[in-house]
Design a protein around this ligand. Sequence first.
Ligand code: HEM
Length: 502
Amino acid sequence: METPKRFSNMREHSSGRTLDISHYIFPGIQPHIYSWTRIYGKNFVYWHGPKAKLVVSEPELIRELMNHRDISNSRGEVEEFMKRILGDGILTSEGAKWLKLRKLSNHAFHAESLRNMIPAMVESVENMLKGWRHYDGKEIEVTEELRNLASEVISKTAFGSSYLEGKQIFETFQKFMIIVGRNAYKIRLPVISHIFKSNDDRESERLEKGVRDSIIKISNKREKLQITGGEPESSGDFLGLLLKAYHDPNLKNKISIEEIIDECKAFYIAGHSPISDFLSWTVLFLSIHTDWQDKARKEVLEIFGDNIPNAEGISRLKTMSMIINESLRLYPPVIFTERKAEKETRIRKLILPANTDIQIPILAIHHDPKIWGENAHLFKPERFQEGIAGATNSNSAAVLPFGRGARACVGLNFTYIEAKITLSIILQHYAFTLSPTYMHSPVHIMSLTPQTGIQLCKKAIRRWACGNRRGEMVEATEAGYPGIPCRELKGNGSSNYRKRGK
Ligand code: HEM
């Protein structure tokens, strides 16, 4: 039997080691799943303390599991520290409560609402790039930049608040995630762990209180605005909907203050960390594969020229969709998801006893050579030329970055829109390559993240005109950056600008 101690050791040995830039990351990120799959096959059971977990990595079986009436709406058992920070919101709840929260979230992130969020997203990306001008001629670390961007976007679009208001919440979450990561594979003894509190227990309680206080402050401020009639434009956003539900006279729809707090926590947490990691990995790919950077830029310029990205154009970015899909396949920010068989369930030859936790190892599936071929670990966006169905032989459960079924990610369309806007505007303004100082060390903390950030060398291919969107184009020079040892820029796309005679 495999023991938790043994797999905790396996992870400690492999996590965070600096690798050459190889995308063969599955054995290093989840060594226990990797070696047990090799020994026991694609579907196996392992013990996490007193709990058995069934790991299923066969796409056909996953499709059936995730669509099954008694499994699809459930969530597997949530790790103790995660539960502490998330409370009982949409990410962790079950049954009627989850359904009520899910309906609210779907409503806040439906197509029309997303369309209305585009200007706020564009504004945030432009603000970020204005800051980048200070790095002209210098190396820039983009992971932190993209983290701040994702935080600002979710703060503005979902909570109608500024980045600064949300900043404290995000900083606290980051500290919390370190504790979650440290304890992820430790077994907690049910009664004893509640009597004898560890330093991490005490610290996490303190952090949770900090987040709670900040959320209450933001909600109270909005409530006051509603009472004084000074409701902001964003009153139809997620927080606005939560407050409306709080005042709903219909008890079936009404939610409590605790539910508001837990929902806000869920969206602050789900809405910023995976998206900034995903954007970081995508920028890394583009900085290495400058041929794809060129193709993506060409497409962006054909569709938007030097104008602001819009909803109609976003849906036509085919090359960018291929790049995004391949990035999410190789580095899925969420590396596994879970379900639970609520009652005894039979699926094919499997008989699952009631309350069996089922783990779907997303990273393992995305790196499986039987599905993706011997070059599974290589960046090849052309796999997605014919969309996801084409890439997977119509076996859509082979691509699961956002999960699947009733509990699939609420933020899928939000993520695609934010990513396409961000990448389009970056490509309109900059050509970039990877800095030689970059060290490849993917680690799994809460999502799959570049441990030491991503350092780029960039050069402006469009001059910013103060406050004016129609910036003037300038030819990129071939000189590189004075004073920093950047790799040579190959095919940086500046030719597209020259051709257009700007
Ligand atoms: C690259 C970005 C993202 C990735 C890779 C991602 C991935 C995932 C995954 C794998 C799940 C579990 C799905 C399942 O079990 O079937 C999930 C759930 C969820 N995600 Fe995301 N997510 C991302 C961005 C977002 C954003 C931006 C938001 C909010 C705006 C969000 C909100 C949620 C919520 C609320 C759930 C829980 C849904 C439920 O249990 O009903 N996610 N996400």
